[in-house]
Ligand binder design. Structure first.
Ligand code: NAD
Ligand code: UDP
Length: 315
């Protein structure tokens, strides 16, 4: 068993953050969860509230934060297109000012800091599958730019703090992740399709459904984040974290309808601007440096996620 650490998780009341809080508390660490509840909810962390090794602080990371910790996981940022486009200026501020504030904190404390980056830094990729050396194809003035370019700038800041100040940084690029505690209204494809199927509503495919994504179950993702933080100091990333099995959005819709046993109709609606056409991670670097690859199949992960939504929709 490793020595317990004091760990800050920003965005800890969100979907991925709440699973990460649980995992790090379970490992014996002291966890400080910081969140402004823009998309996160207290219900996600209710089970931890009475734990003496867990603490919550309401705070917006666009403002400086003064706490004492040894490791920082920076997850604060809305992740679904609907949420990050709701207030795009705040989204860019969260990524950029948030990174500046947390890097400043890490510098003062000489703490190790991990940035939850994203496959969106590759934009609508011209290279398939995407590997870390690819610089991406983003539209700097489109509706997704507040997220994509904000996250790209955060990566720039991380690498400049590493070069200029010798900070210990870790930059995982997270590909589409799903599982229990996704917000039912957050508009992402897995939660949308499951909620629509459980309610007997039409399943809304944007465009013709031929675009692809690769879906990683949240438990696999959290394991990879913890392993990334625990790599040798000379490993910074960027490192792709995701499930390399690729599905069309149409195939996902069919799987969800079959798994819920529902008879929802699949309908096609307008494709949003700049929607990436194909996305699949090359995870060779993660395999080598983290000794990690995902172990949950889409069928199994969907089963757990459907059970979760079934419970919350009927309560
Ligand atoms: P989420 O929206 O459930 O969680 C984000 C959390 O950050 C929420 O709790 C929200 O309230 C909080 N937050 C937002 N702005 C904040 C601010 N200014 N100050 C403090 N807290 C703030 O999303 P998620 O899926 O859990 O994503 C977590 C992180 O992982 C994000 O940084 C996201 O960009 C990254 N990521 C997620 C995915 C995915 O598929 N889920 C993919 C790539 C990257
Ligand atoms: N999508 C869809 N129907 C929905 C929600 C999303 O067809 O109800 C599509 C969306 O256009 C995209 C894919 O599913 O091609 C993944 O969308 P999501 O918002 O989950 O993530 P991202 O686009 O950021 O990968």
């Amino acid at each position: 068993m490793s020595v317990p650490k004091k760990i800050l998780i920003t965005g800890g009341a969100g979907f991925i953050g709440s699973h990460l809080c649980e995992r790090l508390v379970k490992d014996g660490n002291h966890v400080l969860c910081v969140d402004n509840y823009f998309t996160g909810v207290k219900d996600n962390i209710t089970a931890l509230i009475d734990n003496p090794r867990f603490e919550i602080m309401r705070h917006d990371v666009t403002f400086p934060l003064y706490v004492e910790v040894e490791e920082i996981y920076n997850l604060a940022c809305p992740a679904s297109p609907v949420h990050y486009q709701h207030d795009p200026v705040q989204t860019t501020k969260t990524s950029v000012h948030g990174a500046i504030n947390l890097l400043g904190l890490a510098k003062r404390l000489q703490a190790k800091i991990l940035q939850a980056s994203t496959s969106e830094v590759y934009g609508d990729p011209e290279i398939h599958p995407q590997h870390e050396a690819y610089w991406g194809n983003t539209n700097p003035i489109g509706r997704r730019a507040c997220y994509d370019e904000g996250k790209r700038c955060a990566e720039t800041l991380f690498f400049d703090y590493w070069r200029q100040h010798g900070l210990r940084i870790k930059v995982p690029r997270i590909f589409n992740t799903y599982g229990p505690r996704m917000h039912p209204d957050d508009g992402r494809v897995v939660s949308n399709f499951i909620v629509q199927a459980l309610r007997g509503d039409d399943i809304t495919i944007y465009g013709d459904g031929s675009q692809t994504r690769s879906f990683c179950y949240v438990d696999d993702l959290v394991e990879a984040l913890v392993r990334t933080m625990n790599t040798e100091d000379d490993f910074t990333g960027p490192v792709n974290i995701g499930n390399p099995e690729e599905f069309t959005i149409f195939a996902l819709a069919e799987k969800v309808v079959a798994a819920t046993g529902n008879s929802s109709k699949i309908v096609n609606v307008k494709l949003p601007d700049d929607d990436p056409k194909r996305r699949r991670p090359d995870i060779e670097l993660a395999k080598e440096k983290l000794s990690w690859e995902p172990s949950t199949s889409l069928d199994d992960g969907l089963k757990h996620t459907i059970a979760y939504f079934d419970k919350i929709l009927s309560s």
